[in-house]
Design a protein around this ligand. Structure first.
Ligand code: C5P
Length: 237
């Protein structure tokens, strides 16, 4: 399926940033048929959440394993082989060449898509210099996006502000997945560079990751459906 063919409803990925399997399962039950794609990150994965990947896949849902792997290429390759068997649809790795190469080898012909995290969105130019880098954020994001594409990585995680430039750089074959999304009027939390769902889709994002505005809402299902409606409107579908 090319990015242009993804249904509006399937472009919302709800981040299950919750402390336990019970809390995650209760949220999934509340969201019911409305949400088709979930993200499991560090908090839930290390609190017994990994088996949820297979359970959700068995129910026809898709799962983004946001595990942000980074190690020597061989270790990443073997780790990715294991994640592919869990039934995840997306997996993040940090955008270092050896790591991305190992991840693409580990994915092989599995349906799992590898997403590269170019530069963490909490980093600015000073943080990169403090970590020993010569390039600033925008140059490093672009350099790593191009390396990711050459190495056969399937998509990129990027801030909504980077989507437009990255879409021009990598074309339409790579999936662009964007956190930092806030429906108009929602609290920004610790996200600094935020965009509404409609604007992020119009800028070229394929998938939107939304956590707190959905899982902390009084009516999570209503918020999720409103975001999906805004996505559909932005797509003109
Ligand atoms: O609650 P909120 O909508 O801000 O959640 C966004 C999700 O996307 C969180 O799970 C967060 O870890 C993740 N994320 C992010 N920025 C990135 C990569 C992932 O906010 N650059």
């Amino acid at each position: 399926m090319t990015p242009a063919e993804i249904a509006a409803k399937d472009r919302l990925i709800v981040a299950l940033d919750l402390p336990s399997l019970d809390a995650a399962e209760a949220m999934i039950a509340r969201l019911g048929d409305s949400v088709t794609f979930y993200k499991i990150g560090y908090q839930l994965a290390y609190a017994g959440g990994l088996p949820l990947i297979g359970k959700l896949a068995d129910k026809g849902k898709k799962v983004f394993a946001d595990l942000k792997l980074h190690d020597i290429g061989n270790t990443v390759m073997r780790g990715v082989e294991s994640v592919a068997k869990l039934g995840a649809s997306f997996l993040t790795v940090h955008a270092y060449p050896q790591t991305m190469k190992g991840a693409v080898e580990g994915r092989g012909h599995a349906s799992l898509k590898i997403l590269a995290v170019t530069v963490l969105t909490s980093y600015n130019d000073d943080d990169l210099h403090a970590a020993g880098y010569r390039l600033g954020v925008s140059e490093l994001v672009e350099a790593r996006a191009q390396q990711a594409q050459v190495l056969g990585v399937d998509g990129l995680v990027c801030s909504p502000e980077e989507v437009g430039a990255l879409r021009k750089l990598v074309g339409h074959q790579m999936n662009l997945v964007t956190p930092g999304i806030r429906p108009a009027g929602a609290a920004s939390g610790d996200q600094k560079r935020i965009m509404t769902p409609g604007r992020a889709i119009a800028a070229g994002a394929d998938y939107l990751v939304v956590g707190r505005p959905v899982v902390e809402a009084a009516d999570p299902k209503a918020v999720a459906e409103a975001i999906q409606a805004e996505i559909a409107q932005a797509l003109g579908s």
